[in-house]
Design a protein around this ligand. Structure first.
Ligand SMILES: NC(=O)c1ccc[n+]([C@@H]2O[C@H](COP(=O)([O-])OP(=O)(O)OC[C@H]3O[C@@H](n4cnc5c(N)ncnc54)[C@H](O)[C@@H]3O)[C@@H](O)[C@H]2O)c1
Length: 329
């Protein structure tokens, strides 16, 4: 699919980025640019001695670093961002600055370098609280007030998408935008700043009840990491993808209540009962939840030939096994 290229993965020490590196390095040279704000050296440790691997510890906010990282690069996969719902609420300035200006630096320098392809990690958050389920790439965005910090992440990624569409139109910039829907799997951070799956797993493996925000009837379509990696690699190589935006997600819609039950059952700690807490208790006032979030996946199937394959139950089993080994050590 992608062979003999030099690929820059920004955020390559993070969750999705490091899995991409594992895949790409088989047939390509890989450069990782990461400031280790949430990324971990343990995620890429196994590549440090590989001649096909280069690690640059640095920030996408720094133009000179970005230029240096791009020197030999054919393809860019841009994953670096300030991520995690709790961070949107507590650190909106970091989210906006890194996600908008950092991405802009990288796009401008990639354009100058004349890269063959630029794949951007966007998000289902871009749709905001749209109730047009399943969410379609050309559907409306529905957001709350700018005084609610929780929308800053959605806005930052949407601003990036606008830049990319504009650079594509004006300069023919060979970009592809992927809107990931709740990706989960081994190596995802388990702190309160991470996603619901690793947080629930961490608590259950420690014998603590998962804390469900609100009534637990809100739904998500969770995407296993290997599916997200496959879609990304296809987007980096398929010609028809250029200039387009795609949803990357599973169609399996699950309530958070059911998710908590599954994690309890699969981890074998059946005596645990989930607990409900209010959104204010966890996030403070600057929060609004999204009730349903399910992708329309037709475009990705048609143009990329991609369909998420991993049932939630199988992905959860693998993820719990990984955390059992890594959290307990
Ligand atoms: N995980 C998901 O469910 C999900 C869903 C939608 C979109 N995304 C997008 O996918 C991408 C990867 O997310 P992830 O879940 O792997 O998160 P992550 O936090 O594990 O990875 C982000 C990486 O970017 C690095 N980084 C952050 N700021 C940087 C900077 N200024 N300069 C250089 N490196 C920097 C971090 O150290 C980290 O390694 C992000 O762009 C995110 O917005 C993720």
């Amino acid at each position: 699919m992608l062979k003999g290229k030099v690929v820059l993965v920004t955020g390559g020490a993070g969750f999705i980025g490091s899995h991409l590196v594992d895949w790409l390095i088989r047939d390509n040279d890989v450069v990782v640019l990461d400031n280790f704000s949430s990324g971990k050296i343990s995620n890429i440790q196994h590549h440090l001695e590989n001649d096909s691997f280069t690690l640059i510890k640095g920030d996408i906010m720094n133009r000179e670093t970005v230029k240096e990282a791009l020197k030999e690069v054919d393809v860019v996969i841009h994953q670096a961002a300030v991520v995690g719902v709790k961070k949107y609420v507590e650190r909106p300035l970091d989210v906006l600055t890194t996600n908008i200006f950092g991405t802009h630096n990288l796009v401008e320098e990639s354009l100058k370098r004349g890269v063959e392809r630029f794949v951007f990690a966007s998000t289902s958050e871009v749709y905001g609280k749209s109730e047009n389920i399943p969410l379609k790439e050309d559907g409306d965005r529905v957001l709350g007030s700018t005084s609610i910090a929780r929308w800053c992440y959605s806005t930052s990624k949407a601003a990036d998408e606008h830049f990319l569409f504009a650079y594509h139109e004006v300069h023919g910039f060979p970009m592809v935008i992927l809107r990931y829907f709740n990706v989960y799997g081994p190596r995802q951070e388990t702190s309160d700043y991470s996603g619901v799956i690793p947080i629930f797993i961490r608590r259950v493996l420690r014998g603590e009840p998962p804390l469900i925000h609100g009534d637990g009837e809100q739904t998500r379509a969770f995407t296993y990491i290997s599916d997200a990696v496959e879609a990304t690699v296809i987007a980096a190589s398929k010609k028809e993808a250029i200039g387009q935006v795609f949803n990357v997600g599973s169609r399996e819609e699950t309530t958070i209540k059911h998710l908590a039950k599954m994690i309890i059952e699969l981890s074998g700690n059946n005596s645990i009962e989930p607990k409900h807490i209010s959104y204010e208790e966890f996030y403070g006032e600057s929060y609004e939840d999204i009730r349903r979030r399910v992708p329309n996946v037709e475009k990705a199937e048609k143009v990329l030939g991609f369909r998420a394959k991993t049932p939630l139950r199988d992905g959860l089993k693998r993820t719990i096994e990984w955390y059992r080994e890594h959290l307990m050590n």
